[in-house]
Design a protein around this ligand. Structure first.
Ligand code: COS
Length: 382
């Protein structure tokens, strides 16, 4: 890719994109079923071939996420969550841990979850209270994590915990915690505004003892692993937001050509035309940001800035475009029988999870005003 130019998709990437659209149309949009979808191979896209995964590049992953978001972002989130849980493992875990836990996901259609957020620590990651205390060859984990996607169904969790309570972000470590261990409980399944097809749960860890080898990377380096993970997953979330926005745009465009008011299709009224035009521009611009953020990852570059640009802009776009799509539908837009109110409800989470739009602005402002050289943990160099 020439700097600043949109990438040209390869034939393989075009095939992946077409396949994802076909699956979204055939399986996702009409009926949501994780098990059936898992058989299509859409779980764990970025797991390398040596661990049994397809080892897809990030851009291909984003093409798939956009199409799934177009079909149903709740299902998309459920399917893509393994990518979030496995990213820190791929970045920093020992080969033994990678083989065991990535293997669990590639041998069978199983799920894994990423446990960072806590009831009192959302945007402020360093405020977490979960602790991991070293005891001989083990760590003992205590704490509660909330808003965990696929939490009720996960086979294992990536859990962040304080290994040094006094050290702020420099006292956090990451671990793999198998679900089957004593002390792991699913406390609460959340009832949500949107993405109702995805499972969101609260998980508690009460004196959960794990082998010391389940530490991911170095002790007290978990915060950076979390940030590096989000750099890698935000493009995919942004891609899903593009899918939602694109679906809302397509519905609004088609409806505007059919709905007749004042004797002409409403698409003939400039008030509607300008809304449709703005939707089209925003979808297009979001997609370009997403692709650029994914391509930088595929080129091995640190993509923090562009990743936040993409997540912020695509999430806000999804919200704006879906609200406008409801407006184009008028009163029908408010009725559940019509497709756009669901898209509007689903869009809201895009501005909240994996870093709110305000956190993305914070990251952007820091990167623009005070760019700094970030030392990434050694295990993550590859
Ligand atoms: N990659 C690697 N390292 C990074 C990094 C990145 N993208 N971003 C920050 N770091 C490093 C910094 O270099 C700094 O390193 P040192 O310890 O060597 O100084 C350290 O991490 C702390 O960075 P910073 O001072 O920016 O941390 P803050 O506590 O101010 O937090 C925000 C930064 C707010 C951006 C972070 O907490 C965040 O992203 N919060 C949102 C979390 C989120 O998305 N939650 C959603 C749930 S996950 S589904």
């Amino acid at each position: 890719m020439i700097d600043g130019m949109p990438p040209q998709l390869t034939d393989t990437q075009r095939e992946v994109q077409a396949l994802a659209r076909e699956i979204a149309e055939r399986e996702v949009a009409p009926r949501a079923a994780i098990a059936a979808l898992a058989e299509t191979g859409l779980l764990g896209l970025t797991i390398p071939e040596e661990y049994g995964g397809p080892g897809l590049d990030y851009l291909s992953g984003c093409l798939i996420e956009e199409e799934l978001g177009w079909g149903c972002s709740g299902i998309g989130t459920s399917l893509m969550c393994n990518g979030l849980a496995t990213a820190p493992v791929l970045l920093g875990a020992s080969d033994e841990v990678k083989k065991e836990f990535l293997g669990r996901l590639t041998e069978e259609p199983k799920l894994a979850s990423f446990c960072l957020t806590e009831p009192d620590a959302g945007s402020d990651v360093s405020g977490m209270r979960t602790t991991a205390v070293k005891k001989g060859d083990s760590y003992v984990i205590n704490g509660t994590k909330c808003f965990i996607t696929n939490g009720s169904h996960a086979d294992w969790y990536t859990v962040y915990a304080k290994t040094d309570k006094e050290a702020g972000h420099r006292g956090i470590s990451a671990f793999v915690v198998p679900r089957e261990l004593d002390g792991v409980t699913v406390d609460k399944k959340e009832d949500k505004l949107g993405q109702r097809a995805s499972d969101t749960a609260m998980i508690s860890f009460s004196d959960v003892e794990i082998p010391a080898g389940y530490l991911i990377g170095e002790e007290n380096k978990g915060f950076k692993l979390a940030m590096m993970t989000l750099d890698r997953t935000r493009p995919g979330v942004a891609a899903m937001a593009v899918g939602i926005a694109n679906a809302a745009f397509e519905f609004a465009r088609d409806y505007a050509k059919e709905r007749v008011q004042f004797g002409v299709p409403i698409a003939m009224h400039q008030a509607i035309q300008f809304m449709i035009a703005d939707m089209a521009t925003k979808v297009e611009a979001s997609r370009l940001l997403v692709w650029k953020s994914a391509v930088e990852l595929d080129q091995g570059k640190r993509n923090t800035l562009i990743s936040s640009h993409a997540k912020r802009f695509a999430a806000d776009t999804a919200m704006e475009v879906t609200v406008d799509a409801v407006q184009v539908y008028g009163g029908y837009g408010f009725i559940k029988e019509y497709p756009v109110e669901k898209l509007m409800r689903d869009a809201k989470i895009m501005q909240l999870y994996e870093g709110t739009s305000q956190i993305q602005r914070l990251v952007i402002a820091r990167e623009v005003l005070m760019p700094r050289r970030v030392e990434e943990p050694a295990a993550a160099a590859a």
